[in-house]
Design a protein around this ligand. Structure first.
Ligand code: HEM
Length: 216
């Protein structure tokens, strides 16, 4: 018996979705590193990762556009699964119990925490794009008065800090909930994982697989 059939796996992300996610994640790391280097003199040495500070300064906005486009694609893949329902409210109200390892509510593909994070990421991405374009010296900044550029940079830094804090939580959850990182690396989760953390999604997937096998 193969490892797969023994473990009873369910596909959660296709290859295209995983590549999309990791391109966004890589861009995020490069942007966070270079952004922190521009913002805090103590981190200036981090620009060395790009070769020279000048290169970091040139590349930062281009990588930002790639991240936004990548996230935009993710947004259209997942927005429909990220609307809060009453089961998510139950989950959110009992988050302390969840953190102790006992799941609450009939959770679908994503739980209340993931959904909140999805909208937080979306909001930060939009603010980062708009403020980033306004303050992009090489192309657009000349069309805006200096006070507008200053405000844009202030909001850019705030959105970046909120996103960095959010992604730290996102990564922690991905590593802390056993079996979750596999979803984004191999594309699969075990049925036991799905049943425990996303019972409604588990039932939907089983129903879909049953319907498929009856058709074949
Ligand atoms: C850098 C390290 C990162 C790790 C280790 C990581 C890990 C993961 C994992 C394991 C999942 C699957 C969760 C599940 O299906 O229950 C996931 C989903 C997702 N990740 Fe990440 N991620 C990272 C960075 C990012 C970044 C930077 C973004 C965007 C700003 C992002 C956006 C998403 C989105 C939109 C989903 C789909 C789930 C949803 O709609 O809530 N991730 N990530």
């Amino acid at each position: 018996m193969s490892k797969e059939s023994k473990e009873k796996l369910i596909q959660r992300y296709k290859r295209g979705e995983r590549i999309n996610h990791w391109v966004v994640a890589l861009c995020f790391v490069l942007l966070a590193v270079s952004g922190l280097a521009f913002f805090y003199p103590a981190f200036f040495w981090l620009t060395g990762i790009f070769g020279t500070p000048q290169l970091a300064r040139i590349l930062h906005p281009f990588i930002g556009v790639v991240m936004f486009v990548g996230f935009f694609i993710q947004f259209f893949r997942y927005w429909k699964y990220n609307f809060l329902d009453k089961e998510d409210i139950k989950w959110m109200k009992s988050v302390k119990t969840v953190l102790k390892g006992h799941e609450v509510g009939d959770v679908g593909k994503y739980n209340g925490g993931q959904k909140g994070m999805f909208w937080l990421m979306t909001g930060c991405m939009v603010v980062l794009l708009v403020t980033g374009l306004i303050s992009w010296r090489a192309y657009f900044a000349e069309y805006f008065p200096i006070p507008v550029i200053r405000l844009a940079l202030l909001f850019h830094a705030w959105a970046a800090l909120v996103l960095i804090a959010g992604i730290i939580v996102h990564v922690y959850a991905a590593l802390w909930v056993k079996g979750t990182i596999r979803a984004m690396v191999e594309g699969v989760v075990t049925q036991a994982w799905a049943k425990k953390h996303h019972p409604r999604w588990y039932r939907e997937m089983m129903e879909k697989n049953r319907a498929h096998s009856e058709k074949d």
